[in-house]
Structure formats: C-alpha cells, structure tokens
Design a protein around this ligand. Sequence first.
Ligand SMILES: C[S@@+](CC[C@H](N)C(=O)[O-])C[C@H]1O[C@@H](n2cnc3c(N)ncnc32)[C@H](O)[C@@H]1O
Length: 308
Amino acid sequence: MIDAIERVVRQLEEDRSLLEPDRLRERLEALDRLDAYLAFRPDVPDVPQSVLGVESKDAELYLRAKAVCARLEAANGELYEAIRGDIRLGRGHDALLRWVQSPPERDAGGGAANSVDADVGYDYLDELVSGVLQFEEPDAGEVAREPEMVFYQPTPARHIFDLIGGDLIGGAGLTAEDVVVDLGSGLGHVPLLVSICTGANSVGIELEAAYVERARQCAQRLNVNKATFLCGDARVADLSRGTVFYLYTPFVGAILRDVLERLRREAATRRIRVCTYGPCTSVVAEEPWLEAAAVPEMDRIVLFRSRD
Ligand SMILES: C[S@@+](CC[C@H](N)C(=O)[O-])C[C@H]1O[C@@H](n2cnc3c(N)ncnc32)[C@H](O)[C@@H]1O
C-alpha cells in the first residue's frame, strides 16, 4: 500500500497539468485515493518532521500527501469560484452543464465508476455542486418530525441534471415559463440548479427552517433571484403557481397520500407534471390521474404527466 501511495504522490508532484481547471474529475479521483490513505494514518501528527525530530519514511510520505491534497483542493476552489462568478453573471447554464456532457461510466453495481458514495449514487458532480453552492452547515433541526416524514438527503446531482437537461425519459422539457416546486426541498439543490440552468422560476417548500435559511443565503450570494424558498408543510403550502412538482420521497404513508390529493386538485385546474425519485415513485405510479412518460425506473427521476 505504501509503495502504491508513494508512486501516486510522486506522480502528482510531478504532473502539474492536473492543476488545470478542466481536470476536475482526475483531481477528485486523486483526492479520493489520497484521502483514503490519510484517513488510515491518524497516528502521524500533522506537524513537520523537523519539529518532531522523527526520521520516518512514513511520516514524510504523509506530509507529502497532505501537501499534494492542499494543492489539488486549491485548484478545485479556484474552479468553483470561477463558476460562482459565472452564475452571478447569469451564465450558470454553460458553466455547469459542460461538466455533465460526458456521463460517468457506471460500474457493475450501477454506481458511477468514481463514485464517492456508490450506495446512493453520488459522484463527481455532487462534489462540483457542493463546491459551487457552498452551503453553510445548517443549525440543528428544530421541527418535531412526524414518523412519516423523511430525513434530509439531497438528490444525487446527476439526476437533477437529467431533469434540467431533458435527459429524463419522456423529457421534462423545462422552460423559462415553468415554475418547478420541490416539495421538501432540504438545502435547495433542486430549485437552485433548476433556476441557474434553465431560467425557470422555482420554489422550495421545506419544513425545517434552518435548511430554508441556508438555501436563501445561497440564492442571495449567487444572485439567483428566480429560486425562492418557503418554510412550511407541503400539506398546507401554496401550490397554485407550480407547473412541475418534484418529490424525492420527502414523506410516506398518509402524508404522501394527502399531498398527492392536493396535487390532483391542482391538476384539475391545469396540466401539471410530477417528477419523483426514490421509493415514492411506486406510490405515485398508482395514481390514476397521472400517466408515466415511460416505464418507471427506480434508480432515476421518473416523469408523470397529469391526464386531461
Ligand atoms: C429526502 S429529502 C429531499 C431533499 C431535496 N428535495 C433534494 O432532493 O435534494 C426530504 C426533505 O423533505 C422535508 N420534509 C419532510 N416532510 C415534509 C413536509 N411535510 N413538508 C415539507 N418538507 C418536508 C425534510 O425535512 C427533508 O429535507
């Protein structure tokens, strides 16, 4: 293991081209490998050998690996800052979607080859989005959660880009005229990315005030004024502006049924689309007033259209 890491560290020390902005994916892969090594070395103190008076090849390698990590992270930081600048100038669509053009190869288990969390399907796009949106850690939740309410977990970014880019089976075809409502929006990834990349208005409805506060902060810092965030319960929030409703299984059971009934009533006044991700898809697929655009696939966002 040490020899392999030594080789990687030497290669990264010598290959300065890895610091070029376009090589984000390779940098993230290298950081994954180095982080795994550094995590196994908690015993090596984070101070120079000269201070410790230690003569250890291990300690030297550890410090070299840390230095390489710092350089790679600084290069990522510059890239994220440049994209943030583009978003503020209304050029977020090109700045973000260029990273999505070549989908990551899937491994045998269905996760991305360089997945940071293969179980849920997170990959380099999630690193990119979190580096760009830079959410501050929310304060501890204050809401007394009912058992049917699901805890916060963001939709993997590549699925959000599917929704935005029209790669969704059946094509959600978002336009600037749409109002996309994320029911249970958490920190606001979906509304923010939708408005940044499509110019559509978006609304995040979230029960947890601390998440809403962080989402608003992010929108303000990036000048994304088409994304708004409301603190409230999806069972009573105003849904009248929505043309597209998104649910990443925010709740189950009776709450999900109540909210679907509210959506059915909205659909009686105009055609709407409902996009789902996660276990709620199979429940939504049973709604007779909705028609799936294609056979639902459980590991992607599924598009439903209201029937006439
Ligand atoms: C699985 S997360 C999805 C987050 C976000 N939609 C995304 O895809 O990144 C579910 C979110 O729904 C919120 N939530 C649960 N019950 C809710 C309710 N009745 N009304 C509004 N939000 C709710 C939770 O606090 C949590 O942030």
